[in-house]
Design a protein. Sequence first.
Length: 156
Amino acid sequence: MKLKMTGLAVVAVAAVAAGCGGGDDEEALSKAEFVTQGNKICTDFNTAVDKDAGKAFAGLESASDVTPDVARKFFDAALPKFDDAVDDLDALGAPEGDEDTVQAIIDAGKSDSKAIEDVKDDDAAITKFVTQGSATPDFDKKAEDYGLTECGTQNA
């Protein structure tokens, strides 16, 4: 069985793109440039998190086989990557006129991450984050709505 953290599978290997936008001396990215670079960040993250999922969920036959320890193992590997990826998306810099929308995406990512971190000691809650459709639903929705199609659940 391949469990996929789609929302977490969103944004990690972004260091590659982090230097490609934003900054005080640089012109803001266009929305198309932001979406292209953001989707690359998310694609790279998805690949990294799929590997984490493969390791954490190896040998499991169904979602009902996920234990709290397995869920924690997965999040211990994936959540720091998600946090880094959200930071890397933020580092791209928002396209002119879209600052509030992009900030809402970043804020949703940070909020979703905190929600996971806050329940890591709750067996039922941490397991639910793995077995539900997405561990980062607010981030996914806002990212997808903006055009970051590799950052949300529709790429699963």
